[in-house]
Design a protein around this ligand. Sequence first.
Ligand code: DGL
Length: 272
Amino acid sequence: MGRLRFVNSAPLGFFDSGVGGLTVVRAVQDLLPNEDILYLGDTARLPYGSKSPEAIRRFAQEDARFLVDRGVKAIVVACNTATAHALPLLRESFDLPVIGVIEAGVESALRDPAVERVGIIATRGTIRSHAYQHALALKRTGLIIHAQEAPLLVPFVEEDWIDHPAAELVLKTYLEPLVEKGIDTLMLSCTHYPLLIPVLRRLLPESVRLVDSATTCAEHLKRELVRLDMLNSQKGEGGLEIHLTDLSEEFENLARRFLRKPSGRIQRAVLA
Ligand code: DGL
């Protein structure tokens, strides 16, 4: 089947297990301000990080279907766990560009030829999928990789306990083995972790480079849209439409924190 022709003025579709993927949206809005964005957060079924690979693949297909049915020109899987388990399946299932967060993060981590020891922190699901470990090892032989499951970090970020001593203790516990092994790069392989960057900077040796999946994904998306000649040529600022499968005041507040600005009206999504 030949690729369908997409209208460049169609929105970009993003999905995540919740509102964490708005860190990716924010980075894309900075880099591609005139693109329209349609965002789906599957808040009714989050977290994805502790679910089975089968469940995540099913959820991801339903999420992508919601966006495709609304005419998006490309899909950004703004969730590390969903990218880790479902990216190949989504690319097979949908006839439009599907961009994940892993490829971009790995490319960015390895851009520095001196990188030797890479640490990865992520949800349990992402670490156990080995998607990051495989992608890194495929691109650079001899790389030393240390992967650390960090399941407690998402709740700390969502509770806004980022500067709480309990969060610092948990972070130190996760980071200690990585620092002991002398990592030179730390991949923040979860949507929520960009909010932890100030604390991480304080806790890690200055020499450790941080690679977050939000900015790297935005840069990768821009390169892809240029390559495919799919940039939106409208002059004005693009719009953002947010749909969540479960709505609550907490999610609305969280969305504002992840976006660092008002989110506009959030709509309730019903998945097919
Ligand atoms: N969005 C998920 C990720 O990036 C984190 C939250 C969850 O576990 O659903 O892996």
